[in-house]
Design a protein around this ligand. Structure first.
Ligand code: SF4
Length: 286
């Protein structure tokens, strides 16, 4: 629970505030940029929400925060915000909110599909989210992009009986399926698992239609205005991560949906490939 007495001094005065427990995961300022901004090593309130839509968005960021660092004097909207996830992003894809401190606030996503719903990485095991997932048909498959973003996978398996899938390179005990090797693996007609080792030995991306879920392999950096990856936050092999980024040039997609960093949509698969090529060129010089 955020405390007003611990609030950062650079919050714009008003009902919403961020306190000093913030771990700067980025979730609030990526999800509700009209209210929250990056304050350097923490988030801050840049503008107080001015209407109901902005209040709901800010309250949903509060609910999504992994460490409860956002507070508000305006509690009226919190109940509605807690029931508002999964939040539709595009097509069948939604953001699950309820990020977990166990995965440093990584985003997880729901794909609603007739062949069975898929979770990409694990959100916090929060009852309002689980209830909504149940109402949407449950979870048939939980794909884990890598070992850092598994959060409450056990609770989701216990509740929905979903098959948990990850790469053996990062394999943690208890998975129903561990895939191996570097070749893409079809999980279903519309789901392709693409091993992209580098950030960790077992990092994978998931391709669904024109959506690529990238975990911590690739994201959009709004400050640099391009796709990016991090050598500083590489835990296995930077050279391998660069090779794995090049591997993605063989696939068509227009969306990049990461665990950390911003979401990006390109105009077309060709435009995405051009943007990816530019990023790789820059990152190779890093
Ligand atoms: S969501 Fe919470 S932890 Fe993450 S940046 Fe915002 S206030 Fe900080």
């Amino acid at each position: 629970m955020a405390r007003r007495t611990d609030a950062h001094s650079d919050n714009l005065p008003g009902p919403f505030f961020v306190d000093r427990t913030c771990i700067d995961c980025g979730t609030c300022y990526q999800f509700a940029p009209a209210t929250f901004a990056d304050g350097g090593d923490h988030a801050r309130v840049r503008a107080q929400p001015g209407d109901d839509a902005a209040r709901l968005q800010a309250s949903m960021a509060l609910v999504a925060c992994p460490v409860g660092s956002i507070g508000t004097d305006d509690k009226a909207g919190i109940a509605a915000a807690s029931r508002a996830f999964p939040h539709p992003l595009a097509g069948d894809v939604s953001f699950c909110g309820y990020t977990s401190v166990k995965s440093f606030g990584a985003w997880s996503y729901l794909i609603r599909r007739s062949g069975g719903n898929v979770l990409l990485d694990s959100p916090r095991a929060a009852e309002p989210l689980m209830k909504n997932l149940e109402a949407l048909g449950g979870v048939a498959m939980l794909v884990l992009s890598h070992q850092d973003d598994v959060a409450d996978h056990g609770a989701y398996h216990a509740r929905f009986g979903c098959e948990r899938i990850m790469h053996r390179g990062d394999g943690i005990p208890g998975m129903e399926r561990l895939v191996e090797g570097d070749a893409p693996i079809p999980l279903a007609e519309d789901l392709l698992l693409i091993p992209t080792p580098g950030h960790t030995a077992g990092s994978v991306c998931l391709l669904y239609r024109d959506f690529l879920f990238t975990g911590d392999h690739l994201w959009w950096n709004p400050d640099k205005g391009r796709l990016s990856a991090s050598r500083a936050y590489n835990w296995h092999s930077w050279d391998q991560q660069l090779d794995s980024l090049e591997k993605l040039l063989a696939f068509d997609f227009t969306w990049v949906l990461p665990g950390h960093g911003s979401i990006h949509r390109a105009q077309s698969p060709a435009a995405m490939k051009a943007e990816l090529k530019t990023a790789i060129q820059v990152l190779k010089g890093a």
